[in-house]
Ligand binder design. Sequence first.
Ligand SMILES: NC(=O)c1ccc[n+]([C@@H]2O[C@H](COP(=O)([O-])OP(=O)(O)OC[C@H]3O[C@@H](n4cnc5c(N)ncnc54)[C@H](O)[C@@H]3O)[C@@H](O)[C@H]2O)c1
Length: 406
Amino acid sequence: MTDWQPNNTQTGTEAYSEEILSQMTTSERTRLAIRLYKEGDIEIHDAIKISGLSAEIFSSILRGMSLPVRQLNVLVCGGAGFIGSNFVRHMVTKYPHYKIVNLDKLTYAGNLENLIDIEHLSNYKFYHGDIVDQQMIEHVITTEKIDAIVNFAAETHVDRSIHVGSREFVMTNVVGVQTLLDATRRHNLFKFINISTDEVYGSLKLNEHRMFLENTAFEPNVPYAAAKSGGDLLCRAYYQTFGVPVIVSHCSNNYGPYQFPEKLIPFLIGKALNNEPFPIYGDGRNIRDWLFVLDHVKAIDLMLHKGIPGEVYNIGGNNEKNNLEIAKLILQYFNLPESTIKFVPDRPGHDRRYAIDATKIMNDLGWYPEHRFEEALPKTIEWYLNNKEWSENVQKRNSAINGHIK
Ligand SMILES: NC(=O)c1ccc[n+]([C@@H]2O[C@H](COP(=O)([O-])OP(=O)(O)OC[C@H]3O[C@@H](n4cnc5c(N)ncnc54)[C@H](O)[C@@H]3O)[C@@H](O)[C@H]2O)c1
């Protein structure tokens, strides 16, 4: 191979003009890109450009050579929501040399107060925007030299998809994902991770032993889950058709700090603080698997750095609890009687049980949940007690939370 030397002091692709690169064979370009990357002269973004390969093939070469990912500019979509803000905080503090760009539409669920403690950091930047807006996405990717996208942006509340309407769900969870996939393809980005849910798999019976596996067929029963399934299926299709380096994850119910109080655990904590009855749907025996949010965040970090494009990973806490059990644990914490529970008519399409088999991500990426429910639930309650102002501000902005539950 000709040992192409940079002709000036420029670094990265600027030192290797298109003209020079076009005279080289693919294998020469790949070897040059790997050498420069290995020596630390360039980062992934420029290495992919110099190699002229697709991001998927280049990242498989890096994996084959056990070369680590050193630096990334990550676009986090929906980073002002519950899980997204926990992920942003984890990334900006754990990887001070990365650039974390948060793009969020700030819907009713988006809250910049979630990030107040880290917003001043120089490796963090916020854009107010919509993932459906192609021009906006184009602008951010180009301006910030984005390498990878992690997408949390979604309409996420099942009850709203039933009682308010599902149009926004389809726009963000399907069309938004398609917009990000097109951008990932156009810019040959290193990775696109679509954060999804176990709800796409439908419902299990209370007494069956089956758990959801990565190849369990999608059987969504509510508009939220159907819209998430649509986005996930597009991810699959973009990988199969175009080789876009997509990873989809299906996680069970999360709990922890900064969760919007329409969701079960912060909703019931709010009821306890206001001395109000705990409304519980149906007979309260619907089972969910519960995972502490920081365990989910750790799994996403692993998928970003070590996950294999085209793969799907289930994430779960092996911690099944029914809604009544959750309600009783919160009542116990506040020393309130069980008569606080008030059963209300069940919600339509209410899935009976979800159970996630997370063996694959444990075996392949070495992930395991670190937080035990028995310790993390009281800590979560304490967080809401210590951050009453956060909850009050959310309440002020959103007058009737779960107003359909009478
Ligand atoms: N919360 C859970 O228990 C759970 C479990 C498994 C998977 N998930 C998935 O994780 C992701 C995040 O969930 P969450 O609970 O943090 O949600 P959330 O409702 O708290 O936050 C969603 C965020 O997305 C933003 N957003 C909505 N539409 C947008 C758009 N068009 N463009 C840009 N931003 C937009 C909102 O402003 C908000 O900040 C979702 O995709 C959800 O399906 C959640």
